[in-house]
Design a protein around this ligand. Sequence first.
Ligand SMILES: Nc1ncnc2c1ncn2[C@@H]1O[C@H](COP(=O)(O)OP(=O)(O)OP(=O)(O)O)[C@@H](O)[C@H]1O
Ligand SMILES: [Mg+2]
Length: 353
Amino acid sequence: MEKSDIYNWLQEVEHPAKEGMNLLQLGMVDAVEVAQGRIHVTLAFPKRPDPLKNYLIGAAQACLYRHAPGGTEIEVDTIVKDPAKPAPKGIQFNLDQLREVSHIIGVASGKGGVGKSTVAVNLAVALARLGYRVGVADADVYGPSIPTMTGTEDATIEMYGEDENDNLFVPVEKYGVKWLSVGHVSGAGQALIWRGPMASTALKQIILQTLWGPLDFLLIDMPPGTGDIHISLIGDVPLTGAVIVTTPQQVALADVLRGVNMFRNPQVNKPIYGLVENMAWFTPEAHPEEKYYLFGKDGGTKMAADLDIPLLGQIPLVQGIREGGDEGAPVALLDRPDSQAFLELAKKLAASV
Ligand SMILES: Nc1ncnc2c1ncn2[C@@H]1O[C@H](COP(=O)(O)OP(=O)(O)OP(=O)(O)O)[C@@H](O)[C@H]1O
Ligand SMILES: [Mg+2]
């Protein structure tokens, strides 16, 4: 058993009142000690009483018992500590590297798994095909998917600059787009374990400590949810606006609203360029002219109207889109009907921005 195993396991314990964020994401795992046949974990709880405290302690214990070899002694205790610790000193961020970037657009959603990364990657490729200079920063520090989706997981990230403390990442260029992900920097396949403040720091490095050069669009593939990371990101990165991705089900409306409100809240107040309805209908690969509205028709149109934002595009559910993601060859590079959907989306976004 290594410490990293414990951190990995504890990612399974989610806080039911914090939109399914896990203990690690919430910065609640304060210390982990592993010795011969013994695990000791300290969980940090804020001063404000958490009614789920006992539940979380129990859940953490149960999780550790489940994974640890039989007979391991498991101890979980707590300390009082507000999880919002300041970012580690030593890294001073400034906005110099974004000087020549015209538009910084967050690709967000309220909910995970709706296809944010798929949309971000294909939208970037489509914008590049239209002649724009495009970069993508993968802000999903817990589950970065850009390296796989672009087939750049083996890329070596070069550093730019003489002074070790002042180095910049050089993004990977492929398909006419500049990509950078925490996954590139920390090595493919390696488990990513970040505690709250470390995660925000890593994220800021990916966006602010990178030699983007002149860009028309920098898309930011945001992590799922609307938690601390998002607030920190929106506070520190001068976003121009956002695109919200959703699937057509009505049940998703509440999630979408959370995503929208993240940008509409008066302190943030960033424009939302529009809604992208992903998986709007299913089209069998062999019959590209057929559309099956598995989740109902016009859900995206209705949702956009309810939220008073434009519907920027509709992307079909097509096997090839998933395969393109898995193989690192985005469909927006091709000339199929689903590729066209991304090109249309890119045109509408550019026009609206
Ligand atoms: N339009 C589509 N057609 C077919 N498959 C799709 C489509 N959109 C997304 N997928 C597939 O669904 C899965 C989830 O998509 P993706 O990783 O882009 O979602 P996400 O919102 O970024 O997820 P997370 O919240 O974990 O970051 C992937 O396997 C992807 O290939
Ligand atoms: Mg994603």
